[in-house]
Write a protein that binds this ligand. Structure first.
Ligand code: NI
Length: 157
């Protein structure tokens, strides 16, 4: 188990453009394993490497069926639109109203460098877009319409 510390949005690392991964080595595998442990522990849907202070293009998404490892991911297709509440482990306790595509398809490399595609709708489509934004230093708070109010959050529970 390797739980890493999740940075909050005041940290400069969260606002930088991450570099591509070039070495698919044991150091990358350790990062991926630690990020999965950290995401499970934090009860989140997705986690990007800059959130644990590593400025590389690495994302984990928990689809509910599997923990997807996305290395050097690119958005290759989107469709539709959804507007809904969105949160981030780096912005604890707050939620915003964010417009995203309803469907998203990504192309990425696995931990051995092989390319594959993954797609998702609703929460997973939203999560792909949110996590890929992290790799370019963009937080949802920069693209949201507004924060949800306490009343709206209470009504959601
Ligand atoms: Ni996030």
């Amino acid at each position: 188990m390797g739980i890493r510390n999740i940075l909050t949005d005041k940290e400069p690392a969260l606002h930088k453009v991450c570099k591509p991964v070039r070495s698919f080595d044991s150091r990358l595998h350790k990062l991926l394993d630690d990020m999965k442990d950290t995401l499970l522990e934090a009860n989140g849907v997705g986690l990007a490497a800059p959130q644990v202070g590593i400025l590389r293009r690495v994302v984990i998404v928990d689809t509910g069926e599997e923990m997807l490892e996305l290395i050097n991911p690119e958005l290759v297709e989107t469709d539709g639109e959804q507007v809904g509440p969105e949160g981030c482990l780096s912005v604890p306790g707050r939620y915003g109203l964010v417009k995203r595509p309803y469907y998203a398809k990504v192309r990425a490399q696995d931990r051995f460098g092989d390319w594959f595609e993954a797609e998702g709708e609703e929460l997973i489509g939203r999560c792909f877009c949110h996590e890929l934004d992290h790799l370019d230093g963009i937080l949802y708070t920069q693209v949201m319409e507004r924060f949800l109010t306490e009343e709206e959050l209470a009504a959601d529970e």
